[in-house]
Design a protein around this ligand. Structure first.
Ligand SMILES: NC(=O)c1ccc[n+]([C@@H]2O[C@H](COP(=O)([O-])OP(=O)(O)OC[C@H]3O[C@@H](n4cnc5c(N)ncnc54)[C@H](OP(=O)(O)O)[C@@H]3O)[C@@H](O)[C@H]2O)c1
Length: 254
């Protein structure tokens, strides 16, 4: 049995591509009004036009989530314009791989700034609104879904800082879950394996080649596959909390 999300509002970070864009469409399909957050405003505008064309409601909020003030502003604009916040999808992130020896320090800083600090800034701004929504009609429950990775479970040579950020997301999510679950705010962790998105394209060319070789024989997940997992989590009845979901391509061994 699926709970509809009519009358609720979802904010999705990293909605300009990949998993975030697919999740915005998924949650809109379940009836939620969606706030779309990322830096590339034109991408968000075309996604919003598609959602509105399908009868949904969408708000475009171009922002850099590594800036605490901008993260706070997108949450407050969402509540001001759409009336409330029931569902937060902390999805924005980057994955910049390669050996630690000789790695550009700027790549490590980018990962920590968006994967960890960006998620924390958005969470900090959203928590009071989620708690408020969880005490109200129509669902008496609210959701935060944090996007980690298989890399949040298993560390590998060549991805240590990405591993550190995603393990951090997992640790924070579990601690926060314990704190707010009694108030019916469900904190869930989603850990995808390899998904066919733009994520790899931000790496140096040699690293991109290595990653393509690693997954050459694997049929990767589509962004819709993860969006469907997120849709499943947030449409459970109030009594059901899906705390964690690990989703790999069938052929991905580790
Ligand atoms: N693809 C995979 O194999 C995979 C596997 C496991 C986990 N994940 C995780 O899934 C999440 C989504 O990744 P994806 O695969 O969908 O990759 P993607 O297509 O590259 O999407 C990343 C999103 O993050 C946004 N973003 C990056 N930096 C930002 C910033 N400073 N402020 C606001 N938004 C920012 C990007 O938007 P703008 O550039 O427009 O700002 C984009 O919308 C990430 O957390 C990633 O770690 C992906």
């Amino acid at each position: 049995m699926v709970d509809r999300l009519d009358g609720t509002v979802a904010l999705i970070t990293g909605a300009s591509s990949g998993i975030g864009a697919a999740t915005a469409l998924e949650l809109s399909g379940h009836g939620a009004a969606v706030a779309l957050v990322a830096r590339r405003a034109e991408r968000l505008e075309s996604l919003a036009a598609k959602i509105r064309g399908q009868g949904g409601a969408a708000l475009v909020l171009a922002a850099d989530m590594t800036v605490a003030e901008q993260a706070s502003e997108v949450v407050e604009r969402t509540v001001a314009d759409l009336g409330r916040l029931d569902t937060l999808i902390n999805n924005a992130g980057v994955m910049l791989l390669g050996p630690a020896v000789g790695a550009p320090l700027a790549e490590w800083q980018r990962m920590v700034e968006i994967n960890l600090l960006g998620l924390l800034y958005c969470t900090h701004a959203a928590l009071s609104h989620l708690i408020e929504a969880a005490a109200q009609d129509p669902r008496y429950v609210a959701d935060m879904v944090n996007i980690s990775s298989v890399a949040g479970r298993v560390a590998r040579s060549g991805s240590g800082v990405y591993n550190a950020t995603k393990h951090g997301v997992g640790a924070f999510s579990e601690a926060l879950r314990q704190e707010v679950t009694g108030r019916h705010v469900r904190v869930s962790l989603v850990e995808p394996g390899a998904v066919d998105t733009e994520l790899v394209s931000h790496n140096r060319p040699q690293i991109q080649d290595q990653m393509r070789q690693r997954f050459a024989s694997v049929e990767r997940l589509q962004a819709d596959d993860i969006a469907g997992a997120i849709g499943f989590i947030v449409t459970r009845p109030r009594r059901v909390a899906v705390n964690e979901m690990l989703v790999r391509p069938t052929e991905q061994e580790y």
